[in-house]
Design a protein around this ligand. Sequence first.
Ligand code: PLP
Length: 451
Amino acid sequence: PEIQELIELDKKHYLHPTTVPKLFQEKGPKIIFQEGKGIRVTDVKGDTYIDGVSMLWNVNLGHGNQELAKAAYDQLSTIAYSSSFYSYSNPNAVRLAQKVVSVAPGDLSAIFYTSGGSESNDTAFKLARFYWNLKGRKAKKKIISITRSYHGATVSAGSATGIEAFHNFAGSRDIDIINARGHVTNCELGYKTDSNYEGCIRDTIEKVGAENIAAVILEPIQGAGGVHVSPDGYLKAVKELCKANEILLIADEVICGFGRTGKWFGVDNWDVVPDIMSVAKGITSGYAQLGGVMVNKEIRDTLNEHDQILGHGFTYSGHPTACAVALKNLEIIERDNLIENAKNMELVLKNGFEYLANKHKHFTKPRAIGLLAGFDLQANPDTDTPFEQSIRAASFVVEHCFNNKLILRAADFEEGKNIVAIAPPLIINKEEVEEIISIVDDALTAFEKTL
Ligand code: PLP
């Protein structure tokens, strides 16, 4: 009865992100989480699931970590919150800044704190525009993003997001953001499709004029769009293109950052140093709301040289409790060699993928960089032929896995795309990865029987 009450109250008073409210009214919540331990979560009914996507790619240390809980408790009971406005500061925010700068690539040398990824990207755009303003280049305010990117849901971050429902939600967006309608996998939709992977961005720069463009934003590996890995050479080419045109490169490391890809940051896989880097999610493993924007020395120095106010900030910028959790989180990632573990588990996942590819003819394009992984389902992988729209292969597989107590994620919002994403907590071990593969194996067999 208590569960039924929760369901009814949920339907009545709670508006959920990324649901169709009308459908939600019919079905109610799919699951009501109660507790978690390691890679597993238990719902109010007592059913336990493997969290195969670390919730929203963020619970990198897994659930129920008592050290993180204690770090939060200790800070909450000392001084839970203090402001970082008006030159106020706190030790945790300072120590965390020092720590993230020490692990960040190249000359990224300062951080501006936010409460999450969307705020980070909005902040990145503002700082990029502010930088050019200070340089006397006020026309440089456009931001270029690419297809299937996900950068968040605030007005500017949502506009940069290439997924249509977010990009132009309710017909409103930041008109200084241009989605280049091209993609790392083929730079399609009317732009160059040859080996110039950066063609779509290049074409947009040519059309709009570099003198009007502040920055290009990219995820080193796209997450929500379907785990699309930048081809080798792509990020470097975009970086050079940006440099030649005096455009800043923003790396959205909200998913990739802090060990997810088997390196500290996604860009480290290709040794590219962005001018600006957005972080969130994995910085606290989801145990507190925190994000940040890192800027390079040139931007940092330029801000220091002028006397304009940095007219931007959030109540929770530099939140002492969130920063305490982040510091402990990063300490554990290093102490327990979790970045190395992500790299090792990549191999176990890839072995599993090989097994699935040999057994299931619709399974294709497996990819894993660290513990950011996915695969496609296609009618005919040999000819790159998608299923017709009515066959929701990815959704079927994800639903089947859910019924077998494994939470995964489908990316099938785009016509003909059937992608399944896998991104378990970085603490996962070999047996647990194999358990995931085995549940996926069963789901693929069940799917094939429906055809
Ligand atoms: N950027 C990326 C790459 C993301 O995956 C997300 C969230 O999934 C965001 C930004 C937005 O972060 P938040 O939901 O914390 O605002």
